[in-house]
Design a protein around this ligand. Structure first.
Ligand SMILES: *Cc1c(COP(=O)(O)O)cnc(C)c1O
Length: 250
């Protein structure tokens, strides 16, 4: 078994355990394997081990990989889906809408409108998530929580984008309570949006949780976890999660 396949097994076990702690069904949690800095060969190992959704955060980096892996079907029969999870510049939208099945990082009306315009030209509809800055950290992208419903309302009138949920990045800290509070904010916002009868909008996905905090995120209701390091190992120059004995990332 490849290292990637072994890491995936362990990761799925831990997601399962997190689900069980809060009486959730593991099948409800979709794993997005984040492949930034990872080459097509190792991405292929993840696909062979059953990964069906892949995440990239830069259009230029993703393009050649998506091309190299085009047409590769996973063991489960379907082709893989690529999600854009990083900050998207408007001048990259034209290309991005041809590459991705979902854009998880929409945080302004202007960006959504540009996605809408480009998708309209191609006669396609893009699934999008609204990225919310739940930690208030200035270095993070995302709409502030108190402006989220207004943004969702405005974007909901666009024809070639469909809002499918919310995305966030947890606070960059070791403090569990602060991280949990970010995820709770996102879940609460989704409930408020569901309760406010916005057209053309579904709160089907809560995209939250990365290598350092996915178990907390699952406990707090995440159903889309975006995980790179725990599957592919540390990226170059990354400080990030520590490798404990036995090669388990935690
Ligand atoms: C890189 C990245 C991830 C995955 O991070 P890991 O800590 O390697 O699991 C998740 N979400 C976004 C937006 C990212 O850029």
């Amino acid at each position: 078994m490849s290292q990637v396949a072994e890491n995936l097994l362990r990761l799925r076990e831990r997601i399962d355990m997190a689900c069980r702690r809060v009486s959730r069904t593991p099948e409800d949690v979709t794993l997005v394997a984040v492949t930034k800095t990872v080459g097509p060969d190792r991405i292929r190992e993840a696909i062979d081990a059953g990964v069906e959704v892949l995440g990239e955060n830069r259009v230029q980096e993703a393009a050649p990989k998506i091309e190299a892996l085009a047409g590769i079907a996973s063991d489960f029969g379907a082709g893989v889906a690529w999600h854009m999870i990083g900050h998207l510049q408007r001048n990259k939208v034209k290309k991005a809408v041809t590459m991705f099945e979902m854009i998880q990082s929409v945080d302004s009306y202007d960006l959504a409108a540009e996605i809408d315009r480009r998708c309209g030209q191609l006669d396609k509809v893009m699934e999008i998530l609204i990225e919310v800055n739940t930690s208030g950290e200035e270095t993070k992208y995302g709409v502030p929580p108190d402006q989220t419903i207004d943004l969702v309302r405005r974007i909901s009138h666009l024809n070639s984008t469909n809002i499918k949920g919310l995305m966030t990045i947890g606070a960059f800290t070791d403090d569990e309570d602060s991280i949990r509070s970010c995820f709770r904010t996102l879940r609460k916002l989704a409930r408020q949006i569901e309760g406010s009868d916005v057209g053309n909008t579904e709160m089907r996905y809560l995209s939250m949780g990365m290598t350092s905090d996915y178990e907390l995120a699952v406990e707090e209701g995440s159903n889309l976890v975006r995980i790179g390091t725990a599957i592919f190992g540390p990226r170059q120059g990354q400080t990030g999660p520590k490798l404990s004995e036995g090669g388990v990332y935690n």
